[in-house]
Design a protein around this ligand. Structure first.
Ligand code: F6P
Length: 568
């Protein structure tokens, strides 16, 4: 990762102009008063009682997503103030700047153009004299050709046999997006090609992945934006060693390895044939890269046409975000409600609860998207914030969550805003399974919002001593997102919805949502420590805790250090 000297950091004009601290903006002050005088006393039960149409009036539909936000601790007045805040924070100018290709990732001096990855062929976007859409389409074409060859069995391994297993080697954005998309679109996947994802540098991950794989029919795709990420490069080397050992010839590598990176030269140095390397650009952030060549495994799994549908869904949501009025704009509504809870209700977390087995990896994907983007405490102007930024995004497949952590959502002491995601039509069904699944989603948001009073509990004949235990206070907020059916297109809309909700939040908090300096220190320390674990003669100059941990590890691995291995 390269950084610019402070003097070279170019802030877009509207960022310079926005020196007024967030908490001094009139809309923020109004929201604060609104919260203290009214909103903290809101009762959802009452809000619904006084407005019989609330369930319809606080719902919007866009690009196939019906977003019901009526079960939030918010009124029309709240929404009006939130949208005022969005305007006072120049949200629209920031959106326009992103889509235009301004260098809004200012700490890295880069444009932020994942939206260009899904612009339709034939459109243009010129940045620094280059038509980036043409570049994107060129790579998409090469990916489609490669994917078709692998899918059709024309791409032959070194011994002349077709590929039947694909292992995506990558971590963070080079793993979570492709893995989430693969799981989400399994229904559309090519069943005779097994897809595997290797991210953890724990040797067990590689061994458990390759254990049953036929090397002759296995393709590794090394995905790394930088091609320097230690975990990925270590795994890639280990995978290459395994392949060469299995096939007995170094020359096998070029038929069994593809690369996806912005660092083509480094991929070549590793031994990947440039013909099998697919590039992207530094204006695509890792966590925003699943629509780039990083999606090669997705494309192999579902085919180029379905991949294009995914891009189409993303693009349609991009256009909705760019053009819809804030009051009707799904990502803006979602993002501003996140601000409302984080900054006024002091909510520390945000749960994401898909009622779809296919979306089980969505929360993990969103964790990186939201927290690596907005888990920061310094504004674009270099000042420390005096407000909460990214909540902890977390969650799981909703129905499984009901039997584990929902207890806390219903009766715990913390306010946890929840996003429910479900589909009207199932992709797979036997009997009444889908009705049962969706009944649970609707029931959970209802139970969270309206709870169950002591009087109701008593009426059920509950013993007095148990009454307090069986009361549900309710008043716990949620959004419900209902889509027609899980398709490549609708997945695209959903992913872009969250990307832009995260953007909206970062714009209000006035932070650079596209850098990730917070991951650097741990990486640097791990490098130094790794050499101390390998070479036991190196002196330890850490704190007493870290020194003791390293000594204990060394004691258990007396024969395992580099010196010992060298001697052997
Ligand atoms: O360390 C964090 C990070 O840089 C993420 O932002 C990124 O998605 C991941 O590592 C992987 O990076 P790369 O694709 O360059 O290997």
């Amino acid at each position: 990762m390269t950084s610019l000297p402070a003097s070279d950091i170019q802030l877009p004009l509207f960022l310079h102009a926005r020196r007024e601290p967030l908490t001094e903006k009139s809309a923020w002050i109004a929201l604060d008063e609104h919260y203290r005088n009214r909103a903290r006393h809101f009762r959802l039960e009452r809000l619904f009682a006084i407005d019989g149409k609330r369930g319809e009036s606080m719902a919007v539909e866009g690009v196939g997503i019906y977003l019901d936000y009526s079960k939030n601790l918010a009124t029309a007045e709240t929404m009006k103030l939130l949208m005022q805040l969005a305007r006072q924070c120049s949200l629209q100018e920031r959106i326009d700047a992103m889509f235009r290709g301004d260098r809004i990732n200012h700490t890295e001096g880069r444009p932020v153009l994942h939206t260009a990855l899904r612009k339709p062929a034939g459109t243009r976007l010129v940045v620094d004299g280059q038509d980036v859409v043409a570049q994107v389409q060129e790579v998409l074409g090469r990916m489609a050709h490669f994917a078709d060859q692998v899918r059709s069995g024309q791409w032959l391994g070194y011994t002349g046999r077709p590929i039947r297993h694909v292992v995506n080697i990558g971590i963070g954005g080079s793993d979570l997006g492709p893995m989430m998309a693969y799981e989400a679109l399994r229904h559309y996947g090519k069943r005779d090609i097994g897809m595997h994802f290797l991210s953890d540098v724990d040797g067990a991950a590689l061994q458990e992945t390759v254990r049953a794989l036929p090397a002759e029919q296995t393709l590794f795709i090394v995905c790394s934006k930088t091609f320097t990420t230690l975990e990925t490069i270590t795994n890639a080397h280990a995978a290459r060693d395994w392949l060469v050992a299995q096939l007995g010839d170094e020359r096998a590598v070029s038929r069994h390895f593809a690369g996806v990176t912005t660092n083509i030269r480094e991929a070549e140095r590793f031994g990947i044939d440039p013909e099998n390397t697919f590039g992207f650009w530094d204006w695509v952030g890792g966590r925003y890269s699943m629509a780039s060549a990083i999606g090669l495994s997705t494309m192999i799994a579902v085919g180029p046409e379905n991949f294009r549908q995914l891009l189409r869904g993303m693009h349609d949501m991009d256009e909705h975000f760019r053009t819809a009025a804030p009051e009707k704009n799904l990502p803006v509504i979602l993002g501003m409600l996140a601000i409302w809870y984080a900054n006024f209700f002091d909510a520390a977390t945000q749960a994401v609860l898909p009622y779809s087995q296919y979306l089980k990896r969505m929360p993990a994907y969103l964790q990186q998207l939201a927290m690596e983007s907005n888990g920061k405490h310094i504004t674009v102007n270099g000042e420390a914030v005096n407000y909460r930024t990214s909540p902890v995004y977390w969650g799981d497949n909703g129905i499984n969550g009901q039997h584990s952590f929902y207890q806390m959502l219903h009766q715990g002491t913390q306010l946890v805003p929840c996003d429910f995601i479900g589909f009207c039509k199932p992709l797979e069904q036997s009997g009444d399974q889908h009705e049962l699944l969706m009944a649970n989603m609707f029931a959970q948001s209802e139970a969270l919002a309206f709870g169950k009073s002591a009087a109701q509990v008593r009426d059920e004949g509950t013993a007095e001593a148990l009454v307090p235990h069986r009361v549900f206070d309710g008043n716990r907020p949620s959004n419900s997102m209902l889509l027609d059916k899980l398709t490549p297109y609708s997945l695209g809309t959903l992913v872009a919805l969250y990307e832009h909700s995260v953007f909206t939040q970062g714009a209000i908090w006035n932070i650079d949502s596209f850098d990730q300096w917070g991951v650097e220190l741990g990486k640097a320390l791990a490098k130094r420590t790794a050499s101390q674990l390998l070479d036991h003669s190196q002196p330890l100059r850490h704190d007493s805790s870290t020194n003791a941990l390293i000594r204990r590890f060394r004691n258990y691995n007396r024969n395992g250090g580099l010196q010992a291995r060298k001697a052997a």
